[in-house]
Write a protein that binds this ligand. Structure first.
Ligand SMILES: [Zn+2]
Length: 462
């Protein structure tokens, strides 16, 4: 817990210092009142005590508080059991008393439409209740360690004032993929629940055990993203997958699972999506100018399991593992902002035109010689057949060998400069084609589940 709290502080401090693209100080202040930055051991409820309600945050007495009366549309089962709900449907709720929030509210004082008057019901998840127009930090408990202590994992829930869909964001299913963690933080903490229609659920660090060890895997070297939807009686990985899938994912109307390239490779921000599924295609259309790569996702991936459960899901890949890359994070945040806008959940009236193409096929170009790889192209570069992508230099003989693109297309992923062996997958080319069609061949290109000669390549992405 202490390590997690420390990590949270580091993430918070680093993001604050980097001057992120937060907009709307009123929204930020409002949300921070509900999800205050953690400086000390996080106020996380121990899972065994989850029936004890989290204490409500104190309201500062010095500010002019605005009190409204709110009628709950439904009663939460859990709180009914605890004897808390019942006939008193009317509850007092003190809303953000800050000057910024009052000003912002005054500026939006148009006559409310019928839809705007509609108040959302309370939201129940993980045995807790989140009232409309609020945000809460809940915990999901994945498994127990040998010591019998469970590891509480943060689940951030922003429940909008108005009804709407439930969008879920998961990150660090692979524990060393950091860009998604920062993306979820920026998206969640920039939301004003008063303006949100529907619910946004963020699980910033799914694989907390891997994250603590800066590792892609669980402690037993299993890849969690091969075990969804999980099994309550299976292996440790299978139980963790089952717990997340049933506790959180099945509550989602749409899912964005955030990843990065793996093993010293980096990805152009891109969606991986099963373009044979109409619901998924509709979801991909909401992300703005982001490249789409068709892939149905391997068996056991969170994305594929969600789609098979009827929940449209995509993977958003951006950047490389083990580092936080601000360009990748900025793109991902902008993509999800655009999605929230498209889904009519959070209107920023922003428009992100010039949609990027969808690639129905892609290929990895491999090195034929061993040596030091020196990339000659950047991510996103359009390449023609015969174009030099990089050079491999033998450190002993000084022999140099070019890696040449056999395809016309776009560099959507590439290995970082490093020592490579012959056969190492170095440049990932999205192939432009006249016909948008899904072929059997399309499935073979995704390194998701390709067994390569090198064990570290076996599970490369997604
Ligand atoms: Zn991943």
């Amino acid at each position: 817990m202490a390590v997690f709290a420390l990590a949270a502080v580091i993430l918070w401090v680093s993001a604050r210092d980097s001057g992120s693209a937060m907009e709307g100080s009123a929204a930020t202040a409002h949300l921070q009142a509900m999800l205050p930055p953690v400086r000390h051991p996080a106020p996380i409820i121990q899972p065994r005590l989850q029936l004890i309600p989290e204490p409500t945050l104190p309201v500062p007495e010095i500010s002019p508080a605005v009190t409204v009366q709110r009628v709950s549309a439904t009663y939460d089962d859990a709180s009914s059991e605890a004897g808390e709900a019942g006939p008193e449907a009317i509850s007092d709720e003190t809303i953000d008393p800050t000057v910024d929030a009052l000003l912002a509210r005054a500026l939006r004082s148009d006559t409310p439409t019928e839809e705007e008057r509609e108040t959302n019901a309370d939201y129940s998840i993980l045995g807790e209740t989140v009232p409309a127009g609020t945000a809460r930090r809940l915990t999901w408990s994945a498994s127990e360690t040998f010591a019998g202590t469970s590891i509480p994992t943060a689940v951030l829930v922003v429940h909008g004032k108005k009804p709407g869909p439930v969008l879920c964001l998961t990150a660090a299913v692979h524990g060393d993929e950091l860009n998604g963690i920062e993306t979820v933080r920026q998206v969640i903490h920039d939301l004003d629940p008063e303006r949100l229609k529907g619910t946004v659920i963020g699980v910033p660090i799914v694989n907390l055990q891997g994250f603590h060890r800066n590792s892609r895997y669980l402690p037993d070297r299993r890849d969690l993203n091969r075990f969804f939807p999980g099994n309550p009686d299976g292996s440790s990985a299978s139980r963790i997958a089952y717990s997340l899938f049933n506790g959180v994912i099945l509550h989602c109307d749409a899912l964005v699972d955030l990843h990065t390239g793996s093993f010293h490779r980096t990805n152009l921000p891109q969606l991986r999506a099963d373009l044979s599924n109409p619901g998924v295609v509709e979801l991909t259309a909401g992300f703005g100018a982001t490249v789409i790569l068709h892939s149905d996702g391997g068996v056991g991936t969170l994305r594929r399991s969600a789609v098979e459960a009827g929940i449209p899901a995509v993977t958003l890949e951006a950047g490389a593992p083990q580092q936080v890359n601000s360009e990748s994070v900025d793109h991902s945040v902008k993509s999800i902002h655009t999605l929230l806008d498209t889904m009519d959940m959070y209107n920023r009236r922003s428009f992100w035109g010039n949609p990027e193409p969808a690639y129905y096929q892609s290929r990895w170009v491999r090195a034929d010689h061993g040596g030091i790889l020196s990339g000659k192209v950047k991510l996103g570069r359009r390449v023609a057949p015969g174009e030099v992508l990089g050079t491999v230099i033998d450190p002993i003989s000084n022999e140099q060998a070019d890696i040449v693109s056999p395809f016309r297309g776009r560099v959507i992923g590439m290995a970082l400069d490093q020592f490579v062996m012959p056969g190492y997958a170095t440049f990932h080319i999205g192939i432009e084609s006249e016909v948008e069609e899904i072929t059997e061949d399309s499935q073979a290109i995704d390194l998701d589940h390709v067994a390569a000669e090198y064990p570290e390549e076996r599970e490369s992405t997604d």
